[in-house]
Design a protein around this ligand. Structure first.
Ligand SMILES: Cc1cc2nc3c(=O)[nH]c(=O)nc-3n(C[C@H](O)[C@H](O)[C@H](O)COP(=O)(O)OP(=O)(O)OC[C@H]3O[C@@H](n4cnc5c(N)ncnc54)[C@H](O)[C@@H]3O)c2cc1C
Length: 363
């Protein structure tokens, strides 16, 4: 039996992969955590658009995971079930300075070996007639699409239960014991082959209390908002300087995201709503057509170097870390699950992805 702590996108994806490979899986989660990252996420699957010059390893990971997304969800029926849109992303330039910036971005991405295309104002408005007509142009990232995280969670949960996996909700877990394959979680005691930590931003706290190990990581809070429009307004994902917008099913628009260092604060505060609303107002015409539906907060699990931690602990090789996915956990979930599966089956992390192991912190 393999025990997974945490049923966000990472824990669920790993569970599905293990069950498909005939492993028994038991997942523990809690209802005491309100601001899990997955539920607040916008679900963009866009490796190139946010990449930074110092993130070579992460970019490779994101691109490989995006390939899995494209391969695993070719079937249109399944794609529709999880709200996977087969659209693209437009990085919009709202003034001449931003137009220069997107030209620079195009060159940077070209140096990394990928092609994007500049669209002038008319070409952009032809694709998206409901944008403000005072834009300068855009950079198009083909097939940078998105998925609906809530639908994806529902889909994965059903698959897991159908394959005989168990998901238990209990009180927030402060500590576990795992010695010689004997696990103690709350009042439950059982034998397990492996314990996989997928508690997102809460992972380091749990490891500190249980194993006296602490990773250099912190929560980075973000909020997203959902609006409903009378008819479908946009076809592609729209990225502006401070916000991004994803058109979803049923004429909904998801808008993200703030980024704040507020510790483990889980409630939505007014300054965060103000930030998103202000930038939305600067980016789109006819805001009165958007009916507010929902706002959600999530804590991103953020490691000091911006990369996730995927792999076993030096101290106990049966404890596998899988957290720290920061802004890219939805995109990275399929590949993360493959890496963890490889370790469970082959007892080693594929060479290509060793960089992400806890060893880089000597843990
Ligand atoms: C506003 C926002 C927008 C985002 N947009 C995108 C995007 O467009 N694309 C993208 O790829 N990524 C995006 N992200 C990032 C992405 O959401 C995360 O990287 C991803 O969801 C992390 O998943 P996770 O399973 O590791 O963590 P979480 O989703 O946080 O799940 C952790 C789980 O562990 C459980 N847990 C925690 N502690 C305990 C405990 N002690 N005992 C038991 N259970 C516990 C929690 O209840 C929770 O279910 C966004 C994040 C935010 C906040």
């Amino acid at each position: 039996m393999i025990v997974i702590l945490g049923s966000g996108i990472i824990g669920l994806y790993i569970a599905k992969k293990l069950l498909e490979n005939k492993k028994k899986v038991l997942i523990f989660d809690t209802s005491d955590v309100k601001a899990n990252a997955t539920s607040a996420s916008v679900g963009m699957l866009a490796p190139l658009i946010e990449t930074k010059p110092y993130e070579n390893q992460l970019l490779k990971l994101m691109i490989d995971s995006k390939r899995l997304w494209d391969k695993n969800f070719e079937n249109n029926l399944v794609a529709d079930t999880i709200g996977l849109k087969k659209n693209s992303s437009l990085l919009i330039a709202q003034d001449i300075d931003e137009f220069e910036e997107i030209k620079f971005k195009k060159e940077f991405i070209k140096k990394l070996g990928h092609e994007t295309q500049i669209l002038n104002k008319d070409e952009t408005l032809e694709l998206e007639p409901n944008l403000n007509s005072n834009i300068e142009g855009s950079l198009i990232f083909n097939k940078h699409n998105q998925v609906e995280p809530d639908l994806l969670k529902k889909f994965l949960t059903k698959k897991i239960l159908d394959m005989g996996g168990l998901i238990k909700k209990q009180k927030y877990l402060k500590k576990f014991n795992f010695i010689n394959n004997k696990v103690e979680i709350g009042n439950s005691k059982f034998i397990a082959e492996k314990l996989i930590i997928c508690c997102g931003a809460w992972s380091s706290k749990l490891l500190e209390q249980s194993e006296n190990i602490s990773f250099p990581m912190r929560p980075v809070k973000g909020i997203s908002m959902i609006f409903e429009t009378e008819k479908n307004m946009f076809f592609n994902n729209l990225w502006f300087k401070n916000i991004y917008i994803a058109p979803r099913k049923d004429n909904n628009l998801a808008v993200g995201a703030t980024e704040d260092e507020k510790g483990f604060e889980e409630e939505v505060t007014l300054d965060e709503i103000f930030f998103l609303s202000k930038h939305l107002w600067e980016s789109l015409p006819e805001l009165e057509k958007l009916k507010f539906k929902e706002v959600r907060a999530g804590l991103r699990s953020t490691v000091v170097d911006g990369n996730p931690i995927i792999g076993p602990l030096k101290k106990n090789k049966n404890i596998i870390c899988s957290f720290g996915h920061y802004r890219h956990g939805i995109l990275l979930a399929p590949l993360t699950a493959e890496i963890v599966l490889d370790y469970v089956l082959e007892k080693k992390i594929p060479n290509k992805y060793c960089f992400f192991s806890p060893k880089r912190f000597n843990l």
